[in-house]
Design a protein around this ligand. Structure first.
Ligand code: HEC
Ligand code: HEC
Length: 221
């Protein structure tokens, strides 16, 4: 290869790397950006840790970890989206209430950032969704403990704030089965309907039955 051509090539490659670094940096700022009184940041709901480490670090939030999100072929209840940029757009509109959503450049930056958090090897398999256990299997539970746990799992959306993303709970109003089904993504007839409504669902690998049990004791009658 002629030295001139080689230099030119090396320069182009260096530029491309610098570009993707810059994009990832902008993406990280966007990920952490919280507009006071307007919307929660992506980081308020999603961690970037492998699932097994989230709990230890007390970093579990309402949304799944986005570690590996950029290399997944499909997402929990978002299999209709073709890539992580589209899934992010849904959150930007639904949860962050950004009226126009993210523009193309912002989505590109977020994807570049999330790619940096993708593992090199294959992702661990996710557990298959399971029929929800209903009230009789989830009896008992401590309402005080449930209140504490609901703060992590539910209250970022179900709170009293004027611009809250959903209604505040009135403890004791709903039946246990109804709440259990909703949390697991099932409808009243016990059919798996994750696309129904706008609330995501929690599989038992993220929100185990013995956590749900306490939450039911607090939220339901
Ligand atoms: C108010 C909380 C909230 C905010 C803010 C939020 N999300 Fe989400 N996100 C969710 C929930 C809930 C789901 C669906 C359930 C799940 O994946 O656990 C979800 C799902 C996703 C998914 C699919 C993940 C998967 O593996 O299933 C991606 C990707 C995503 N969000 C990206 C983003 C990005 C990027 C932002 C910021 C622009 C953002 N989200 C802001 C709550 C939120
Ligand atoms: C990311 C936001 C978000 C989180 C986190 C969240 N919810 Fe919801 N929830 C919603 C929205 C929005 C609705 C109303 C629309 C719908 O039904 O999907 C809702 C509706 C509900 C309903 C009413 C459904 C019905 O048919 O009566 C129940 C019960 C409920 N949520 C329980 C919970 C519990 C329990 C948790 C925590 C384990 C939780 N939610 C976490 C957003 C959320």
């Amino acid at each position: 290869m002629r030295p001139g051509l080689f230099l030119c090539l090396a320069f182009t490659i260096a530029l491309a790397f610098a570009d993707s670094d810059d994009a990832a940096r902008r993406g990280e700022a966007l990920f952490r950006d919280r507009q006071d009184g307007m919307y929660p940041s992506c980081a308020d709901c999603h961690s970037l840790l492998p699932e097994v480490e989230e709990e230890k670090a007390e970093q579990r939030g309402p949304g799944a970890t986005l570690w590996g999100a950029a290399v997944r072929e499909g997402w929990r209840n978002m299999n209709t989206f073709k890539d992580v940029g589209e899934a992010s757009q849904k959150c930007a509109k639904a949860w962050q209430k950004r009226e126009k959503g993210l523009d193309g450049a912002q989505r590109g930056d977020l994807v570049a950032f999330l790619r940096k958090h993708a593992p090199a090897g294959p992702l661990p398999k996710r557990q298959v969704q399971r029929q929800p256990k209903l009230a009789k299997d989830l009896a008992g539970g401590d309402p005080e403990e449930g209140k504490r746990l609901a703060a992590t799992w539910c209250m970022s959306c179900h709170n009293e704030a004027e611009d809250a993303l959903s209604f505040p709970f009135e403890p004791g109003k709903r039946k246990r089965d109804q709440v259990a089904r909703k949390v697991r993504g099932y409808d009243a007839k016990n059919a798996f309907k994750p696309e129904e409504g706008s609330m995501g669902y929690y599989t038992n690998d993220r929100l185990p039955d013995d956590v749900l049990k306490h939450i039911l004791a607090y939220v339901a009658k």
